[in-house]
Structure formats: C-alpha cells, structure tokens
Design a protein around this ligand. Structure first.
Ligand code: C2E
Ligand code: CA
Ligand code: CA
Length: 393
C-alpha cells in the first residue's frame, strides 16, 4: 500500500491510500508544475513504473478532446488540492478503491499488461533487441533476384520472438516508432550497399547484372508526420547509397486516413528516386480511379489472392485482372506469399512481374541474404541460365 501525502503549514496530510492494482501518478507529468504531493510506501510494495515518454506519446496521439479533458481535470484537481490543509476544512482520506479517479479496477489488468509490454518494447530498443531480416523478391520472368523486403524482428529474452504484427501497433502509439523506423532505414541502407557489393562480386563475369533494391515497411503513423522525410534524408546522407535502390511499402489504410498528407510525403520521396509499393493490395478499399491518382509504382498483391488463385477459377480471374490492370496503369506487381511452384508458374503466365514467398526463400539474416545473392546470381554470360535455389526451382 502507498499513501499520497501533502505537506501543509499544519503538518503532513494524507490525501489517499492506494492498494494493489491501483494507479498513482504525478500531475506534474501533465502540466510540468512543481510537485506538490509525495507518495510514500507504507508497506512492502512493488511498483510498475510508467515513464514520461509513454505518457507524452499517449496524449499526443489521443483525440484532442482527451488532451483538453486532461488539461481541465488537472486544473480542477490543482485548485482542489490548494484547499487541502486550509483552516476550517476537514480532510477525509480516500481509502484503497474509493477514489473516483483511481478506483476503476475494471480493465486494470489489461492496462497493466499493455503498459508492461510498452516498457519492454522501449527497453528492447535501448538494449538492441531488434534486428532486421531480408526476404528475396524475384523476377517471375527472368527468375533473377531483384530485391529484398526488410522485415523487423524482436527477440526478447523472456518473451522470445515477438511477431511484428503484435509489436508494431504498440510501437506506433509511442514515440518509439520513430526510433524503430530510423533503425530499420539505417539497416536497410547498409544492406543495400553490402548486397550490391555482393552482386557485383558474384556478377563480375557477366554483362548484365541489375542492381538490388530493398524495400522497407513504413509505419502507418509516420505517413501523417513529415519528419519521416528528414529521417530518410539524414540516413541517405550518412550512407552512400543510390536512393533509387530504396523503396517504401505503405498500406492503403494510411492513404485513406490522411490521403492528402500521405500523398504529399510519398510524392516527396519519389522526387528522390525512392519507389513506392502499395502493400496488401486488395484487402482495402482500392478503386481504380483512386489507384491511378496515387503516387505508387508497384502493387503488392496480398497473399490471400495468391492462395485463393489455385483453388477457384474465379479467384484466378481476379488475380489475372489485377495484373492486367496494373500493366494498363503502368505499374508493376509483386505477388506475395508464393509458397508452391504452380503458383509461381500461374503468375508468370498472367504476366505478373515479381514474386515473393517461401517458395523462393523465407526472410533471413543479412549474412544469409548475402550468400543467397551469390547462389542466385548468373555465373556466366548466357542471359537465361541461372543457378536458382538448391532444389533447382
Ligand atoms: P507484410 O508487410 O505483408 O509482410 C509479409 C509477411 O508475410 C511477413 O511476415 C513475411 O514473413 C510473411 N511471409 C513471407 N512469405 C510468406 C509466405 O510464402 N507465406 C506466408 N504465409 N507468409 C509469408 P512478418 O515478418 O511476420 O510481418 C508481418 C507484418 O508485420 C508485415 O506484413 C508488416 O505489416 C509488419 N511488419 C513487418 N516488418 C515491419 C517493419 O519493419 N516495419 C513496419 N512498420 N511493419 C513491419
Ligand atoms: Ca510489406
Ligand atoms: Ca503484405
């Protein structure tokens, strides 16, 4: 149990006692005013602390009405607090679970879990627990390697490997996402340099060896925030890499949510030669007129279409139409989640340009990706003979 204590001219006054599972915090975190009360543990207590970074990010990302509400409540609480200890006023102590603000036990466990996860994530960033894997993207026409997608990984000492689908949405609610994105961009750029060096070494005897690009997934929240441009510019000047080798993957949600801002940012990136991929294409609300207006170079068709394609004629027709439409709009297509050779063949017949999936290779560590480059790069000057992966597919 802890007590919230205020020092007054008449001595120390206990404002509240809080028990297991309750939340206590300094109002100074919200309004930067001087601290006016102290929290004292009156028995052995374990605290889960939440830092200013987490609180700031929550308020910044919240609805402006909530920020206003916090402001109003803080002011009212401050004026109530100023009365404590005033002559003639009796003070009752809120017991554990009593305080209107602090007693909402329902959902407390969930909130605590989320807050703990957020802290683990911030600590993970500080302790270098994040790394990036690279998954090859292949030309379906030439069977050559054209690039890689950078996919972030988190290996936590207790939680093990945490899926990006779980931690990315949490990071997006925190300032941490900016640091994570910077890390991913920096690693993608170093990998571009290493990959093209490996390509150059492996390709020395051939005439035509196209360079290797790397695409990274830009967090949805970053597309409503212009700072991503300066982050990418800073990273590009720190690494001597041709910007045309870098691509960004964005999903439709962001383009729907804040279309104008997102379009402005993507157009700005394209002026630097950075290509834009529309990820998970087909799962959102894409309309043809909308597609034509977007600053997009490549459609990345969601793996659900590739999966469905071999099961029904109708799904196959849809996939073929997407490829034809993309061609008509002058955009390339990457089909995701190709797991079987017949899917690759079918997509090649449809004129789909690129493919990615376990059939070619799973995401892998940077050093394995460099070996992969050697294993798929043409070994002599004959244009159509490549050594593919070990089973020759
Ligand atoms: P995504 O961008 O659609 O990434 C493709 C996901 O499909 C990856 O999962 C990849 O490992 C998986 N995959 C690749 N080939 C196959 C296949 O043949 N079959 C199947 N079933 N799956 C395949 P992962 O790495 O778990 O990433 C999941 C999602 O998390 C990504 O979906 C993306 O939305 C997000 N994500 C991953 N890395 C990053 C990142 O660096 N930044 C951001 N903002 N989001 C990321
Ligand atoms: Ca992606
Ligand atoms: Ca995708």
């Amino acid at each position: 149990m802890v007590e919230v204590v205020k020092q007054t001219s008449q001595g120390s006054v206990t404002l509240a006692r809080l028990g297991h599972g309750e939340i206590v915090g300094e109002m100074a975190l919200f309004d930067n005013a001087p601290r006016s009360a102290t929290v004292v543990a009156v028995e052995k207590t374990t605290l889960l602390s939440i830092d200013r970074l987490q609180i700031d990010a929550k308020i910044r990302n919240a609805d402006p009405t909530i920020a206003l509400l916090i402001d109003t409540l803080t002011n009212r609480l401050r004026s109530m607090q100023s009365l404590v200890g005033a002559p003639g006023l009796t003070q009752s102590v809120a017991e554990p679970g009593e305080s209107a603000l602090l007693s909402a036990r329902a959902g407390t466990e969930d909130v605590r879990q989320i807050l703990r996860f957020e802290r683990q994530l911030i600590a993970g960033l500080e302790n270098d627990q994040f790394f990036v894997e690279f998954q090859p993207i292949m030309s379906l026409e030439t069977h050559d390697l054209v690039g890689f997608e950078a996919l972030v990984r988190w290996r936590h000492p207790d939680l093990g490997n945490v899926s990006p689908q779980r931690f990315i949405p949490v990071a997006e609610n925190l300032e941490a996402v900016v640091h994570l994105d910077r890390e991913i961009i920096a690693r993608s750029l170093s990998f571009i340099a290493e990959a093209n060096q490996a390509r150059h070494d492996a390709c020395a005897k051939t005439r035509d060896c196209p360079p290797i690009h790397v695409s990274f997934n830009l967090s949805t929240v970053r597309l409503s925030d212009g700072s991503v441009i300066s982050d990418i510019d800073a990273a590009l000047s720190a690494h001597t890499v041709n910007p045309a080798m870098l691509k960004v993957e964005v999903n439709e949600q962001v383009l729907i949510r804040d279309a104008q801002q997102a379009i402005a940012i993507l157009s700005e990136l394209r002026t630097r030669g950075i290509g834009v991929l529309l990820d998970d294409f087909g799962t959102g609300y894409s309309s043809l007129s909308y597609l034509a207006r977007l600053p997009i170079d490549i459609l990345k068709v969601d793996r659900s279409f590739v999966k469905a394609m071999t099961r029904s004629q109708q799904s196959k027709t849809i996939m073929a139409s997407i490829c034809a439409m993309a061609r008509a709009l002058g955009k390339d297509v990457v089909a995701e989640g190709i797991e079987r050779p017949e899917q690759a063949e079918m997509l090649t017949d449809m004129g789909c340009s690129y493919g990615q999936g376990y059939h070619f290779a799973a995401p892998m560590a940077a050093k394995d990706a460099l070996e992969f480059i050697h294993s798929v790069t043409p070994v002599d000057a004959e244009p159509d003979r490549f050594i593919l992966n070990q089973n020759g597919t």
